[in-house]
Structures are given as C-alpha cells and as structure tokens.
Design a protein around this ligand. Sequence first.
Ligand SMILES: Nc1ncnc2c1ncn2[C@@H]1O[C@H](COP(=O)(O)OP(=O)(O)O)[C@@H](O)[C@H]1O
Ligand SMILES: [Mg+2]
Length: 235
Amino acid sequence: KLVEADLSDPNTCHFLVGGTTGSGKSEFLRSLLLSLLYHHSPQQLKIALVDPKRVTFPEFEGMSWLLSPIVKDCDRAIELMAELVDEMEQRYRKFERAKCPHLDAYNQQLSNKQNLPLPRIVCIFDEYADFMAEKEIRKELELSIKRLGAKARAAGIHLIIATQRPEAKVVTPIIRSNLPGRIALRTASEADSKIIFGGNNTEAAYLLGKGDLLYQKGGKLERLQSLFAERIVLP
Ligand SMILES: Nc1ncnc2c1ncn2[C@@H]1O[C@H](COP(=O)(O)OP(=O)(O)O)[C@@H](O)[C@H]1O
Ligand SMILES: [Mg+2]
C-alpha cells in the first residue's frame, strides 16, 4: 500500500525526518525526491537540495528541476534559506496584488490569462545537524526555518529536513513547532524518538532500521517501509 503525503495540507506541508546513522534517512529522501520528479514537471516544481555529506544526491546534479546547484557548504545553505524567505515574501506581494489567498488560486488566475504558473518549491535538506554546531549559523538557519515554517505553505514552498541527531540541541522547539510532518526511522535512543514526535513516544528506538519508519500525521502514527531506489553508477 503506497502512502503519499500532500504538501498542500497544513499537517504535512513541512517535514522533520529523524533517525540514527544507517537507519535509511538519505534513502528515504532520495525516494521522496524521485516520487516528486515522477509526478511533476520542471515547470511545475523546483527542487533545492542541501547535501553536506555530498553522497546523497550525486546523480541529481544538473537536473532541470533544480532551483540552484546542490548546496554542500553552510554559507550557501544560509544563503539558500534566505533566498527562499525572499521568494516567499515576493510571492505574498504578488498574491496580494492579484487578491489571491494562496498559490493554487494565483496560478488559476495566471492560467486564465494564459500565463505560466509559479512552480512549487521543495527544499530537501539532508544532515541538518552538520550545520548546527556553530551558534551563529544555527541562529540564522533557525530564523529562516521559522519564517518559512510559519507561512511558506500558502506560497507553495516546502521544507523537508533530516537529521541523524534528533537531540534537543539540534531539534529545538523552533524547528519542531514549524515542521508539523514527522518521519522517524530507527533512533539511537528512546529520548531521540520522543524528540521527533514531541511527546512520550519511544517506539522509533525499536524500529528495525533500513527504511522501517513511523509516519506521524496529525495525531495518527503509521508504520511504513520506505522505498529503496537503487543508485545509478555514472560512467
Ligand atoms: N528503504 C530501504 N530498503 C532497503 N534497504 C534500505 C532502505 N533504506 C536504507 N537501506 C539500507 O540502509 C543503508 C543506509 O541507508 P541510508 O539512507 O544511507 O542511512 P542514513 O542516511 O540514515 O545514514 C543503505 O545503504 C541501504 O543498504
Ligand atoms: Mg544519510
């Protein structure tokens, strides 16, 4: 049974993905990315990829869906998030002038005038904790995430953020309260599981690994198996 999430739904517009090393976070992000590419053309969808370890998305470099080249260092990551905030604000100004409440209404109006739609933008961020060590960087990234989390959905901009260290220092209350959709792969401890779900749920510590996951949507938890997309070895 294939489960898909609707990014235009307020409960699943932004995701936090947590799990220990080897639990299957990067593979989950890759299959999620492939699903997005399969369903939407580069005119309808732009993708921003952040890959500090440089091993998650190698085959996607240069694809026509990319908003900008794959981001690998923290200065660019900060810039990218600030660019997304700017894009969001610009879109809100356009919506206001057109008297439209959100992206779909605005695009409908554009298509009535035979104009191309504004694409949705999905930012997929692997290994978020890699950039959280320095306080200044953490503050800047968090500020952007907070602003995007609060109102990017209506503008058609979505965040999917994965971390191997779902501990309180990395997954701060700001991050948590702005990323409503949750995916937990196997965590290293019960405490990490609780941090991902934001309650007393320790179940993620007892998952099997390799893509075995819990998906929290609203108040409901579903246990699922992540898809696995074999890597293409480029010549
Ligand atoms: N959905 C899956 N199905 C089968 N095997 C998987 C799946 N996800 C991950 N694995 C296995 O686990 C390994 C580690 O996955 P990876 O996504 O790199 O973990 P992480 O990013 O959490 O460290 C993969 O190389 C693969 O062998
Ligand atoms: Mg990984």
